[in-house]
Design a protein around this ligand. Structure first.
Ligand code: NAD
Length: 364
């Protein structure tokens, strides 16, 4: 099988982590006899520096003609420090999502047993938590009308019925195939857009009688997520609420460096770690590449239907964690100092685990 994969490293730790992801994909191609062609494109600050825009036409064309996309992260401190800059890295990310119609962002949130000690939450709260988040990605307040002057500013949160229907339907289907429970998160006590969201969920619920639906306000959801994450199975929510809640939920996975994501619409899928460009650790070879590596597992499964290869990647990650290897963000007091590794070294351990017939026993 022959697939074209667009690689958009972006900024900060983006290149370091996508390099590890590409190595895994190359390994999988060799081992399973697939032919993956990798083509690189610019996005974010890296693109602004070279072309003046955060998403050059060339990158968009590359993505439109690819079978899947692997993205690192975008963002640079110069924009974070200067909010008045009009051309910004994140515009590249928003545009690629919009242009490719990637309206559903799927984020599996689950802790590997080996990382339970790395989380700031209690082991008994975490053990067994397994959540599938559906975040709306091309609508809501990040795409609504906005304006500002020196005295005031506004952003608009708007959703059409169709925008809500298409993602909520996907979430219902997922819940039906999992534990049959769907939490829809909104702020319907205050916002009109949330009242529309809730009414669409209620309408669709009739078509999925086997799924239990729970409506929850976003402020309560923020609290419930860390109080008792096991109550959640599938969660569906709008763009901004999902952005915030999934960063919070990264603590359920042990670290932001562990959370992969898949952005899908009706055609090509884009896979990226949930974290940003982490300028505080960029260039130091200490970023955790496992979120990106787990994103390649999502790609293999969702875009190419290579379920066995996808499972192998997940098992290889599990195997190196079992062996005690960690990056700094997931290390705790029980981690042996010589098992705290850099980005490249952890990436190499994953390759070694993939190579091994019985990955856990062959890693040293
Ligand atoms: P961030 O996710 O980059 O970092 C938050 C914290 O988590 C930092 O302390 C960072 O060091 C740590 N971290 C993140 N990823 C890690 C990894 N793989 N391994 C170890 N530690 C990791 O978020 P931020 O600091 O709020 O934003 C930094 C920049 O990234 C900003 O410019 C922001 O706009 C951008 N951003 C981009 C995306 C994206 O590209 N999808 C998402 C969020 C933020």
């Amino acid at each position: 099988m022959n697939y074209k994969i667009a690689i958009l490293p972006g900024d900060g730790i983006g290149k370091e982590v996508t390099d590890c992801g590409v190595n895994v994909l190359k390994f999988v191609a060799d081992r399973f006899g697939y032919d993956f062609q990798f083509e690189y494109g610019l996005i974010g600050h890296a693109a602004i520096e070279k072309t003046g825009v955060p998403l050059p036409e060339e990158t968009l064309n590359l993505c439109q003609n690819a079978d899947a996309i692997l993205l690192g992260a975008v963002g640079h401190p110069m924009y974070d420090k200067n909010p008045s800059l009009n051309v910004r890295p994140e515009q590249g990310l928003l545009k690629v999502r919009k242009e490719l119609g990637l309206y559903t962002n799927i984020r599996p949130i689950k802790i590997f047993d080996e990382l339970i000690a790395a989380s700031s939450l209690k082991p008994e709260v975490l053990r067994g938590a397994d959540i599938l988040f559906f975040r709306e990605l091309t609508g809501g307040i990040y795409f609504g009308d906005r304006n500002s002057n020196s005295k005031a500013a506004f952003d608009t949160m708007s959703y059409s019925k169709e925008e809500v229907q298409r993602i909520v339907t996907k979430a219902f289907k997922a819940a039906k195939n999992r534990r049959g429970r769907l939490h829809s998160i909104d702020k319907a006590n205050v916002l009109d857009s949330s009242r529309l969201w809730r009414s669409v969920v209620q309408e669709l619920a009739v078509e999925f009688p086997e799924v239990e639906v729970i409506h929850m306000y976003v402020d309560n959801a923020a609290m419930q997520l860390i109080r008792d994450p096991k109550q959640f199975d599938v969660v569906v929510t709008g763009n901004m609420f999902g952005d915030i809640l999934t960063d919070e939920a990264s603590q359920i996975a042990g670290s932001l460096g562990m959370l992969p994501s898949a952005s899908v619409g009706d055609r090509v899928g884009l896979y990226e770690p949930v974290h940003g460009s982490a300028p505080d650790i960029a260039g130091k070879n200490i970023a955790n590449p496992l979120a990106t590596i787990l994103s390649t597992a999502l790609m293999l499964d969702n875009s190419f239907e290579m379920k066995e290869a996808s499972q192998c990647v997940i098992r290889a990650v599990e195997a190196i964690l079992k062996k005690g290897f960690r990056t700094l963000d997931t290390a705790d007091e029980s981690t042996e100092p010589d098992k705290i590794l850099g980005t490249n070294e952890i990436g190499m351990k994953v390759l070694k685990a993939l190579e091994a017939k019985t990955p856990v026993s062959n890693l040293n």
